[in-house]
Design a protein around this ligand. Sequence first.
Ligand code: ADP
Ligand code: MG
Length: 846
Amino acid sequence: QPNLLQKPNQQPTPHILNTKKTDKIQKDLQDESLDNLRVLVKKKYLNKKENMKLQKLVESVHKFERDELPYLTHSSKSLPDQRYQRYKLQKEIALLYKDKEVTKSKYEANFHLPDEKGNFGTVTDKLNKKGAEQWELLQLKQAAQNLSTDEIYVKGSDKYEYVFDKETVIDFTPDNENVDPGANVSDDSAGKQDLELPITKMKPQLLEAIDKNQVLIVVGETGSGKTTQLPQYLVLDRNWKVACTQPRRVAATSVAKRVSEEMNVELGQEVGYTIRFDDKSNEQTTVLKYVTDGMLLREFLADSKLLKYDCIMIDEAHERTLSTDVLLGLLKELLKIRPLTGDKGNGDEQLRPLRLIISSATMNASKFSEFFDGARLFNVPGRRFPVDIHYTLQPEANYIQAVLTTIFQIHLSQPVPGDILVFLTGQDEIEYLNSILQDINCKLQDTNCIPMLITPIYGNLPQDQQAEIFKPTPATHRKVVLATNIAETSLTINGIKYVIDPGFVKIKTFIPQTGMSQLSTVPCSKASVDQRAGRAGRVGPGKCFRIFTKWSYEHELELLPQPEISRTNISSVILLLMSLGVKNLLDFPLLDRPSIPQLSKGLENLYLLGGLNSKGQITHLGYIMNDFPCEPNFLKVLYVAADKFGVLEPVLTIVAMLHETQALFSNEKNLDKASMFPNVVSDHMLLLNIYNAWKENNCSKSWCVVNKIQSKTMSRVENIRKQLWRYCKNRSEIMDLNNKHGNNTVGSSPISLESCIIKSFISGFPNNIAIIGRNGQYKQQNNSNISMVLHPTSLISCRMKTAGMKPYKIILYHQLIMTSKEFMRDCTPVYKEEWLKEMVPQFFVS
Ligand code: ADP
Ligand code: MG
């Protein structure tokens, strides 16, 4: 067995920076901004001619960044890719020096490499000890390369052996240096433990505690049986009707399916689930319902006392989603109205008691107890084996590449059984890595290497494929699970022995100053990465490989994740609470309060959309918005489309499509979108055209394949569209408005149809308008702080590249994605400036 952690037995290769020792220069450029760095380099070490060349290099670095999404590293929080840019620049500059054959010493001494703790020391400090320069070159090489599998090659001709280019091996901290000791494992010995979940032993005590307490906080290791077992006890032993909330749709559906199997009932009858756009439950028969927290929130609208239920379980409460937080606030009030004993029964009506169980991973459990006036904490002792934690010795410039390498370092050196779980940030990353791994797996077929079973899991994955992750791994295979955060605590996957964790998570952040929401990939909290590491210790001792340094862990990561309520757009929550009759939003009990700017921007946004009037009272439109299963902005778009233009149907199609754009194309990066519909420029119109063409082709799968569209996504779109359509039909008011335009709608010619559609979207998304500035960058009106660029996948950007089309002055985008820049995704041109004032006069003043 080759030792996984063994360093490549290789002499440091000579390299452009590898010269004689130089004097140690004190100045540390680590905290210098990239711009300062450039200036410094220019001033100190380059003559005029070289300066110009450097200038060009810097420009080309910029250009590179524009075209490519950059790779992130754990580093300065404000500029996650700063170090990466630095690598790039260093490389170019190093080459410049090589060309010019000038003395390298000054340059060299001033560029710093991180040491094993992630600290930047001078190159010369580390030169001989660590072979750091070799590492740097490698980083530069990797960062500059496109992601590719080039590093992996087949050696020999008859007997294939898959090996790695030794240079790419990632160095990790050694075994036993950092160990998470796990929790009392000794209590039950092997064999038996697989049959019995930790919670089973605790059942009598647990039920007793539930009987005695109106609120109980159940804390336990992931996999102890909280989600699947506890609700069954309540249903079977207590005869209660139970709702159990989940922050994630996938968790709700997959757990419901599992529990229905365990109880031997048909899913959708006794045991069911409700998630947005998909309800498998039955009013009469369902006694245990798994429900997303957002959907339970909606149930409050129909029945503010939740009379259907005897017990509510708020699961995964530590996730602190916005909906969970609001639910806890609402339940806190509701529990007073439905107390355990009759002695508080004020007056005539005596309501059935309601119980609340909050279940949470160990992080911040005491906060829930405080919130519910010292409610009892019940600990389910878990079993968790020790996990060896490894850190990279240096930060990695490209974590996807590093993950890929690490997978193979494990796969080629560690015995089976022992499955690998990789935490990635989203569907795009997962699918990308999946395709590479599948490729390699194919090539490995005829070798003596164990085949891998690669199983992705993320929110949008079709249900039949979700089941794959739970299937036992055949003894001849190694399972590699590529998961989003969902595998952190929501889903328990058996058989995992190795966890690979780049330490990133994708979150949506609201910027109250501008009213914009953006998606960005940020470093996880310590609590999160610790949870992730724990996933390796369920079946036996495990190993966790963190693609970041120990220094990063200790100094750069936040302690706990930020609750969603403190970083999100709270418009829809304001609307919900107001329509539930909450008079004073500031008095509403919450674990953490939104900031005042957040609150006022939320109110302002609702006023802008017409959901609140100038007195801050909820309007008729506001009530409709609140009832609608999407963001209030969408309802506004639909309402205007119906009322003003009679184009409800096409707009509804686009709204449904916008819910699924992330997974629409099979290979979006290499797609020639421009040629699909030659006359279309707007992504919104593209979506409409795709949907219509799909329908015209009888929703054919082969049509999807030919056009590189994912047929499963289209089916989901169809489902969403049907539900939205049904919703509108039930709200006859919207249909009436639409029908008053009769058949001769304004949208009868393609051009006017497009303008009606764009105008409708302007009215619903006034904050998502970007106007081009002199430097060619887009900015929000009245706000010059944030500049935005078109996402490379947007049709406008494709056309600008291929057809040399000029940029549009005004763009409406649907999503803002923050990587190296603020990228606008799903964009449509706003052809006439007057449209802004016409649609949202209270916002766009000339
Ligand atoms: P907790 O909620 O405490 O994290 P769960 O109730 O989710 O624990 O899991 C308990 C056990 O049930 C675990 O051993 C897990 O592997 C198993 N389990 C849960 N869902 C499934 C499933 N869909 N298929 C197979 N096993 C499952
Ligand atoms: Mg659970």
